[in-house]
Design a protein around this ligand. Structure first.
Ligand SMILES: NC(=O)c1ccc[n+]([C@@H]2O[C@H](COP(=O)([O-])OP(=O)(O)OC[C@H]3O[C@@H](n4cnc5c(N)ncnc54)[C@H](OP(=O)(O)O)[C@@H]3O)[C@@H](O)[C@H]2O)c1
Length: 267
């Protein structure tokens, strides 16, 4: 689907990948509906989008409350007339070893990263099917294909979103509603600095958010279902083919970095 002239809902548009995507979409002629919690940050992004995309709007919403998901889609659909594309990009990190993880942290991570995007899909699906066209883009993670030490809740939520999205694509095959799965690697955004998380062990290269945003636009406009951005598909394939080696290798790497809290041996 071409983004020029499309109405696009982008969740998590107040920073990082979502902000870069909103600006890219507006520059390419889309009208954008932006959603996140931080009103001032959203307004700043919206202000930059409005220069290129009059009619764009924003919604201050906390997607830790999955009840908000349906209301968000209904408001954006009504305000813009219809939605051509929905990008479920909002997400929160949860870097915490399972030894310390609380059930409240697990529930919140699943609500923001899985239940709300799934409910946004369901809310958008009916009206998209009625129109006979639409595009749903779910932003999972490389951690939705492979376990990461110290991120069990985050990986669970992103695996869930990846599985959901695969089945969504199967159920909607030839329906006119296209489905895309985006699996970012390490990207230079505020996700690495969010409070309430253990320090990340990773200190390697970070892809610019703008590159990922451009990749998401290409995913919307192209035909392929799955998009690793940047391309870590070789690593995902290695993990799928050789899980024992993957697990041992990741533990060895983490220990070499002194990440004892994630991979410390049993007492
Ligand atoms: N950066 C990476 O290395 C990386 C890697 C793999 C996957 N991803 C995924 O990429 C997506 C975008 O993340 P990012 O890297 O761009 O991080 P980011 O800069 O922290 O952006 C996250 C966005 O999600 C929004 N958000 C978080 N919790 C929310 C809530 N409860 N309700 C509504 N909105 C919420 C944030 O807005 P407010 O705080 O204003 O609500 C923000 O706009 C996420 O799904 C993330 O899991 C990122």
């Amino acid at each position: 689907m071409h983004v020029d002239g499309a109405n696009v809902l982008v969740t998590g548009a107040s920073s990082g990948i979502g902000e870069a995507l909103a600006l890219e979409l507006a520059a390419r002629g889309a009208t954008v509906a932006l959603a996140a919690r931080r009103r001032e940050r959203l307004d700043a992004v919206l202000g930059r989008c409005l220069d290129r995309a009059p009619g764009s709007t924003r919604y201050v919403v906390d997607l830790a409350d999955p009840e908000a998901a349906e209301a968000l889609v209904a408001s954006a659909w009504d305000d813009l007339g219809h939605l051509d594309v929905v990008v479920n990009n909002a997400g929160a990190p949860m870097r915490r070893s399972v030894r310390d993880l609380t059930t409240a942290e697990l529930q919140r991570t699943m609500a923001v990263n899985f239940e709300s995007p799934a409910r946004i899909c369901l809310a958008a699906l009916g009206p998209m099917l009625d129109r006979g066209r639409g595009s749903i883009v779910n932003v999972s993670s490389f951690g939705g294909r492979a376990g990461i030490p110290g991120e069990a809740a985050y990986c669970a939520s992103k695996f869930a979103l990846a599985g959901w999205t695969e089945s969504l694509a199967l159920d909607l095959w030839d329906s006119g509603v296209e489905v895309r799965l985006v699996l970012p690697g390490a990207v230079d955004t505020e996700i690495w600095d969010q409070p309430g998380n253990d320090e990340p062990d990773y200190d390697g290269d970070l892809a610019p958010a703008g590159e990922v945003a451009a990749g998401i636009v290409a995913a919307i406009e192209g035909d392929r279902f799955e998009h690793y951005l940047p391309d870590l598909s070789d690593v995902a394939r290695f993990k799928a083919d050789a899980i024992e080696d993957y697990l041992a290798g990741v533990v060895a790497f983490a220990r070499s970095r002194g990440a004892d809290r994630e991979v410390r041996p049993p007492p």
